[in-house]
Design a protein. Structure first.
Length: 195
């Protein structure tokens, strides 16, 4: 359980993906031929490595880099499209706007994303090979628990309201009968042989 303390937008908060396979597309700069009137000398296009298609249909998808904190310290988490949508409740396309053929400046974070700062959630993270081999300190989020009751159980200040006794007394002292496992195994073995 941790609280989002900041959204790191140095690497952006979304990426452009192929509509067919959902993988990130590569931005390609192509040199203009001499007969074109473009002053820059370059045109840009996108390429999907998985589909092997030039200029595929583009869809923006969330990729949030968050700095979170709990009672032990800070950590960095990365949240992809579907999980980010669970928290923001708006599709990425709605926040980015129409996709044009040029890379847009990231600028300020949209308000629905900045509103995540200060919120507390329970994150299930994946520790990947890069995290322990190469000491990468950003962990990928696999699942988000937003249920307040479940979150409160992981709160160190949470006081249980259970009324049942948690005293663990052996059955022998409670006066309850014990099951002889050897007899149960023998009975199951005999029944299995007869059928």
């Amino acid at each position: 359980m941790c609280t989002i303390s900041a959204i790191d937008c140095d690497m952006g908060w979304y990426y452009l993906s192929c509509k067919v396979c959902s993988k990130k597309v590569i931005h390609v700069l192509n040199e203009n031929s001499d007969d074109e009137d473009d002053d820059s000398g370059f045109t840009q296009s996108f390429y999907c490595v998985k589909c092997k298609v030039n200029n595929p249909k583009l869809v923006p998808r969330y990729k949030l880099h968050m700095i979170v904190r709990d009672n032990t310290g800070n950590s960095k988490l990365m949240l992809f499209d579907n999980l980010a949508f669970q928290l923001i409740n708006l599709p990425c396309l709605e926040l980015v706007g129409p996709i044009c053929e040029e890379i847009q400046e990231l600028g300020d974070l949209p308000l629905p994303i900045t509103n995540l700062v200060g919120q507390t959630y329970l994150f299930k993270v994946v520790i990947e090979k890069d995290n322990y081999l190469y000491k990468h300190d950003t962990y990928k989020v696999e699942k988000i628990i937003t249920n307040k009751e479940v979150i409160s159980e992981f709160d160190p200040n949470y006081v249980s309201t259970r009324t049942e006794s948690l005293d663990l007394t052996p059955l022998k002292r409670r006066g309850l009968s014990l099951i002889n496992l050897e007899e149960v195994v023998d009975q199951n073995s005999i029944l299995a042989v007869k059928t």
